[in-house]
Design a protein. Structure first.
Length: 254
């Protein structure tokens, strides 16, 4: 795939949803130690106290994949990508391994957000293994609901266009960095069908696109870690001009 040969099209057009020449995407080759067929593709080392969101898209049968995109809210990049054909239940076990791998490097449990439409078996495995940091989707307009009913990301006629629009904006207007070539290829094949619905093109999958959209949208909902909040506050304080409130004799200058 040659970047220079891609025509200028925008996410949500009637043709390709994404074009490398119009997206703010910085891609680099997969490291040599990672095989092309590897289920887990790692693009950089994680850092201590780095807040991580894992967006998971379980398989819906057929020829679909289970996929997970690992998004850093600190660097706004996707440093790990999981993709494999497997049952949704097994995907839950793989997410547990992934979370353990992430926690060991960051010292923080990542937030895992699984699409619950077809991912209840995945969520069940995570719950049975007492994984605590599961994303719970807010339900507007509902005073009280069963807590377990809210676990996971719910993709429906309202949230689907919203989450894809947010991904479109992030790619066109921010510094979201994607290093994974299979993800970029899926984006290039994402189109609008005759009814106007954004969907994967014929012969293509959408698991990497949807899992990335989930991770990105959850990152906008989940609060920052304490360390990130402190750094954010400190940077804002540092932006204020320095003022000498008292002179050397303790007399107010204000």
């Amino acid at each position: 795939m040659q970047v220079g040969s891609v025509s200028h099209t925008q996410l949500g057009s009637r043709h390709r949803m994404m074009s490398l020449s119009t997206l703010i995407v910085r891609w680099r080759e997969t490291p040599a130690h990672i095989k092309k067929e590897s289920m887990l593709r790692v693009y950089r080392q994680l850092e201590p106290n780095e807040n991580i969101i894992v967006g998971g898209d379980p398989a819906d049968g057929g020829n679909d994949y289970c996929a997970a995109q690992v998004l850093s809210t600190k660097h706004y990049d996707v440093q790990l990508v999981f993709q494999a054909r497997m049952e949704s239940q097994q995907f839950g076990h793989e997410l547990l391994k992934l979370a353990k791998f992430i926690s060991k490097q960051t010292t923080i449990e990542p937030t895992i957000a699984v699409e619950r439409n077809v991912g209840m078996a995945t969520i069940f495995v995570l719950q049975q293994n007492n994984y605590k940091n599961l994303f719970r989707m807010p339900r507007l307009g509902e005073m009280e609901t069963d807590e377990s009913d809210k676990i996971g990301w719910h993709t429906n006629s309202v949230t689907r266009p919203m989450m894809l629009a947010a991904l479109s904006m992030a790619l066109r207007q921010t510094g979201l960095r994607i290093y994974d070539l299979p993800t970029i290829k899926e984006m290039m094949a994402f189109i609008r069908d005759r009814s106007g619905k954004p969907t994967a093109g014929r012969g293509s999958n959408d698991d990497l696109v949807m899992s990335l959209a989930i991770a990105l949208n959850v990152a906008q909902i989940v609060p920052k870690t304490s360390a990130e909040k402190i750094n954010s506050i400190s940077s804002k304080i540092g932006a204020f001009p320095q003022q000498q409130l008292f002179d050397e004799n303790g007399i107010s200058n204000v």
